[in-house]
Design a protein around this ligand. Structure first.
Ligand code: PXL
Length: 263
């Protein structure tokens, strides 16, 4: 029997982030993917690829969760972009209806290019209602600053400190992603399990961010957990998977290249 993984996330119309990336990653890693759409993001090519954001109505999200969880016995789920407090309410309710072996939360507070201010209510709701369900949380540098309350994260030591503080908020494992954003030769992410710190490092592939890298990493962790791996093994494999996908990046007319999950 093939292993199954579930994802609750936003659709991103260029194919470079969100649910599209999650399902491609699951498929590539040999896991049957089931997806629920929370919102539809359509970047605007006429307006510097600014965000156009459409939330899926809460009752339609509830219907999708009902259908997915009735059709399949799912026990590993990734949570991606939720986008509004109403969506967070309905997703938190859905999560509470059954027990999960793993809930991997990619705490998407903002996507590249989005306005910071609009994220505040969503940030607070995510922290209060979804973070407590997470077994693994995968913040990027911006999200690590927001969740840890640290103004500045410019070194690996500070990223480790942020991971410790985020661990105190409830999740069992924190994968804090420095990626290309910290100085140095390597793209460094930090795994903290409550006692041990493991650095996930790979030589940087250029210095530009790539669209979908964070989604791919969290989805790959989710797929590996669905297959029965430990969090440490899942995180190490996911780092290799995303690094290969960044090396084989797909160029696009958008401001960022995008990860090739098929690499
Ligand atoms: O990369 C974060 C992200 C996640 N999910 C959706 C997105 C984005 C960024 O654009 O649009 C749906």
């Amino acid at each position: 029997m093939v292993d199954l993984a579930y994802v609750i996330a936003g659709s991103e119309a260029t194919g470079g982030a969100g649910l599209q990336v999650d399902l491609k990653t699951f498929q590539q890693l040999g896991v049957y993917g089931v997806g629920t759409t929370t919102c539809i993001v359509s970047f605007d090519p006429k307006n510097d690829w600014g965000h156009r954001f459409f939330p899926v109505p809460a009752e339609v999200i509830a219907d999708q969760i009902e259908a997915a969880t009735a059709a399949h016995d799912l026990d590993v789920v990734k949570i991606g972009m939720l986008g509004t407090p109403a969506t967070i309410d309905v997703v938190a309710e859905g999560l509470e209806k059954q027990s999960w072996r793993h809930v991997v939360l990619d705490p998407v507070l903002i996507c590249k290019g989005q306005e910071a201010g609009a994220a505040l209510d969503t940030d607070n709701a995510l922290r209060a209602q979804v973070l407590p369900h997470a077994t693994v949380v995968t913040p990027n540098l911006f999200e690590a600053r927001m969740l840890s309350g640290m103004d500045d994260i410019t070194s690996v030591d500070q990223l480790v400190e942020a991971a410790r503080r985020i661990h105190d908020l409830g999740p069992q494992y924190v994968v804090a992603k420095g990626g290309v954003e910290l100085d140095g030769e390597d793209a460094v992410d930090v795994l903290f399990d409550g006692s041990e710190v493991t650095l996930l490092t790979a030589p940087k592939v250029g210095n530009e961010r790539v669209s979908g890298a964070g989604c791919t990493l969290a989805a790959a962790i989710t797929a590996e957990l669905a297959k029965g791996g430990s969090v440490a093994d899942a995180a190490a494999r996911a780092k290799d998977f995303v690094t290969a996908g960044i090396k084989a990046r797909v160029s696009a007319n958008t401001p960022f290249d995008t990860v090739w999950q098929g690499a």
